[in-house]
Design a protein around this ligand. Structure first.
Ligand SMILES: [Zn+2]
Length: 428
């Protein structure tokens, strides 16, 4: 069903680019790094958003997720209808790191040419402002919509994702029928994101003097076997699941190898305790429970192999010692892969909106990391599409920036996505 051009024009005429740049600047100028020692949190950005949204006549709710770490929930029942579209944007940013390495004040929101610089300009305060401006434009335009729009302005996306968890726990997600995750994807439409499974192997042997190795039990031989085993699991996954069109290859990467896992490493001390951290990234159809089973099996098989190695060795040396080696596998976090049907109404709405605004054919891609959308998708089965302004390589770098023209385009795309998704049915 076609939306009349005059309705589209009416909505777009209410996108205020100056207000978008001003709001982005105000958000970037708040330091929202979660750093209890320095006394910074998401709160100042939440205040900016709450005051701004109240001023626009939205229903605004302040949920304290943890002390000083609020979620702001903006609700607007635009018209009667079953659909509820959520726009999600996070208020926290990662550390600027060494501020002297920046050419701009990380919390200055300085504009040079058509770019705004600062921590969060790209990830994701610009897109957060764009979704708010889109909501305000729809409201101000007075066009007929069927359903509700929810703005989820959430804390702690960069670390534990406590904000989205709280949003779900309080029931805010219960009636949401689709969500736009506002993150820097450079205008691409992303319907899938890699899963992430983080695991740890702790290997317990027995420490001893390097000159008297047979009085201890070195944990290091288990470390090398576990790394080999992880590589084999990766090869199996590559063969079984192949290269995903949008997400690339699955991976099992040992990222932290510690032996000894505690205390100062010393050349003449045999490590009694060792630890391996593994970062596993998955593609659709890979089962996380099956991977966890495989990790447990790897731990027990490696334990048995190392024990056989020590038994044979001790026989050769005619030695009797305690060969009590133990490998403990643990899952540290489990974030599934997400995949939204390309024919879902929220995706077709995003596709249509992108075509209308850019005049081009939308490009599709995948998100390499997890987002707040992961939890909405996994726990509430909400179809999600991730899109927004900003170069995909710029997040977390020095001199983070966003292109202001692309940001304005994004606000227009968000507005038309909502217009299309909440279009009254049956031509009424
Ligand atoms: Zn982000």
């Amino acid at each position: 069903m076609e939306i009349p051009q005059k309705v589209i024009d009416k909505v777009l005429s209410h996108i205020d680019t100056e207000e978008l740049i001003d709001l982005t600047g105000r958000l970037v100028c708040t330091n929202t790094v979660w750093d209890p020692a320095a006394g910074t949190s998401e709160e100042p950005a939440a205040k900016v958003v709450a005051e701004w949204a109240s001023g626009k006549g939205f229903d605004v709710r302040w949920d304290e997720v943890a002390p000083g770490r609020p979620n702001i929930i903006i609700r607007w029942q635009a018209g009667p209808g079953k659909r509820t579209l959520m726009f999600e944007g996070h208020t926290d940013v990662v550390t600027p790191g060494d501020a002297s390495a920046w050419s701009f004040d990380p919390f200055g929101g300085q504009i040079a040419g058509r770019r705004m610089y600062g921590r969060g300009a790209n990830d994701t305060k610009g897109n957060l402002a764009a979704m708010l401006i889109a909501m305000a434009a729809l409201k101000r335009s007075g066009v007929r919509l069927a359903g509700t729009i929810v703005g989820g302005v959430l804390c702690d996306e960069e670390d534990q994702m406590l904000g989205v968890q709280d949003f779900i726990d309080r029931g805010h997600a219960d009636k949401v029928t689709a969500a736009v995750i506002c993150e820097p994807q450079d205008g691409l439409i992303c319907c899938t994101q890699k899963g992430a499974l983080r695991a740890c192997f702790t290997i317990t042997g027995r420490m001893s003097h390097g000159a008297i190795p047979l009085s201890g039990l070195n944990s290091a031989p288990a470390v090398s076997r576990l790394i080999d085993g992880l590589h084999l699991l990766e090869l199996e996954a590559i063969k079984a699941f192949g290269k995903d069109k949008y997400l690339g290859w699955p991976s099992f990467t040992p990222t932290v190898i510690q032996a000894p896992a505690r205390g100062a490493p010393q050349l003449n001390v045999i490590p009694g305790l060792a630890r391996i951290l593994v970062d596993i990234r998955t593609v659709p159809n890979q089962s996380h429970p099956k991977i966890i089973t495989a990790l447990n099996r790897l731990a027990s098989e490696t334990g048995n192999k190392v024990l056989l190695h020590y038994e044979a060795y001790d026989r050769l040396l005619n030695l009797d010692r305690n060969r009590n080696l133990h490998i403990l596998p643990e899952v540290l976090s489990d974030r599934p892969c997400t995949l939204t049907d390309i024919n879902d109404p929220v995706v077709t709405a995003a596709d249509w909106a992108t075509r209308r605004i850019t005049g081009g054919i939308p490009e599709y891609a995948g998100v390499p990391g997890a987002t707040d959308g992961t939890f909405l998708w996994a726990q509430k089965k909400i179809p999600i599409v991730t899109m927004g302004a900003g170069d995909r390589h710029v997040p977390h770098q020095v001199d983070e920036w966003v292109d202001l023209d692309q940001l304005a385009e994004t606000a227009r795309i968000y507005a038309l996505t909502a217009l299309r998704y909440l279009m009254p049915q049956g031509g009424k």
